[in-house]
Design a protein around this ligand. Structure first.
Ligand SMILES: NC(=O)c1ccc[n+]([C@@H]2O[C@H](COP(=O)([O-])OP(=O)(O)OC[C@H]3O[C@@H](n4cnc5c(N)ncnc54)[C@H](OP(=O)(O)O)[C@@H]3O)[C@@H](O)[C@H]2O)c1
Length: 296
């Protein structure tokens, strides 16, 4: 991390990534952090964005705010678009006018998942869902409105001990049910917010622009992820009894939003630009399960 003083505005501060960054960025004495929840700053409100940023005058804006309810977005596209597309547009305009660095977090769901090799940042986007489409619009606003000042950092399958995510849902279902069916034909890479925060630290130091990809290393299906969650949780005593976890195809678990069947992200450009190695998702999962156990 650079020793240069930085004033940072963090939006979506109550989300999984927002709560993680509040902890990691607080460790840097050269950072003056303004962590803003949705109640403190609705990024869809342009007047509020301009008034807030004009007052704080940040060097860096980290946009961790998003509408992440992928299935709900299918019937609530106005709200999804306000947060995922219009919000980044407002932030990008301000960043461009004021020469601030905008870190726009995005998603593997901008891809259709028809690839059979990991997606590079230059690969064709082709989102299958409203969530993916609105996130792509947000990317485009950042790239075209603040081309020299913004980084779109795509990530996948984000989880942490905070908020709502797949790990916490599985842990709950594993205590409530006698058996669990989990989709095995969607392949991606889990990303703990702690690994993502390490990557964001490196971005703050080097300020790359354009598009980069980040996830933990390795690949998994949701089924593999669920099995690993159960194993880790049993090992730490977070779960007491094992239940059968059965692999099913997506066709047996229909959801309102279509999801990419294969959305592994190629991180080689990021690893080179930031000189940073991701940890294996299984290792990161162990740390998050420990944190959930410690917080019980
Ligand atoms: N979660 C995933 O699996 C995943 C995967 C790939 C990429 N990502 C991306 O990673 C980033 C962080 O995701 P996350 O998992 O930390 O999301 P999250 O836990 O859902 O947090 C998002 C936060 O944004 C806030 N928000 C929503 N609309 C807002 C608005 N108009 N103005 C200000 N704040 C608003 C939410 O507030 P409320 O709770 O009050 O709505 C919430 O606190 C997002 O860009 C997301 O698209 C996530």
């Amino acid at each position: 991390m650079t020793t240069q003083a930085q004033t940072i505005v963090l939006t979506g501060a109550n989300g999984q990534l927002g709560l993680t960054l509040q902890k990691t960025l607080a460790q840097h004495s050269n950072i003056q952090l303004h962590a803003l929840t949705r109640e403190q700053l609705d990024i869809a409100d342009e007047a509020a964005v301009n008034a807030c940023l004009d007052q704080i005058k940040p060097d860096v804006i980290i946009n961790a705010a998003a509408y992440t309810a992928v299935d709900a977005a299918e019937t609530d596209d106005l709200t999804a678009r306000a947060a995922n597309a219009t919000g980044p547009k407002h932030l990008a305009r301000w960043a461009q006018r004021n020469n601030a660095y905008l870190l726009q977090i995005s998603t593997d769901f901008v891809f259709s998942g028809r690839n059979h090799r990991p997606y590079t940042p230059d690969d064709q986007t082709d989102p299958l869902s409203i969530y993916g489409r609105t996130k792509l619009e947000g990317e485009l606003h950042a790239r075209y409105l603040a081309p020299a000042n913004s980084l779109v950092l795509r990530t996948s399958w984000v989880y942490s001990e905070f908020g709502r995510n797949f790990v916490k849902t599985m842990l709950r279902l594993m205590t409530e049910k006698d058996q669990l069916n989990v989709v095995a034909d969607q392949i991606g890479t889990p990303s703990s917010t702690w690994g993502l925060a390490r990557c964001i630290d490196a971005c703050l130091a080097r300020r790359p622009v354009g598009i980069l990809h980040w996830s933990d290393s390795g690949v998994a299906s949701w089924y593999d992820f669920a099995v690993a969650i159960q194993d880790e949780a049993l090992a730490t005593g977070l779960l007491e009894k094992r239940i059968p976890v059965r692999a099913i195809p997506t066709s047996e678990y229909p959801t309102p939003a279509k999801r990419p069947p294969f959305s592994v992200l190629d991180k080689s450009a990021t690893m080179e630009a930031l000189e940073l190695e991701p940890l294996h998702w299984r290792h990161e999962l162990g740390r998050v399960i420990q944190a959930i156990k410690a917080g019980q």
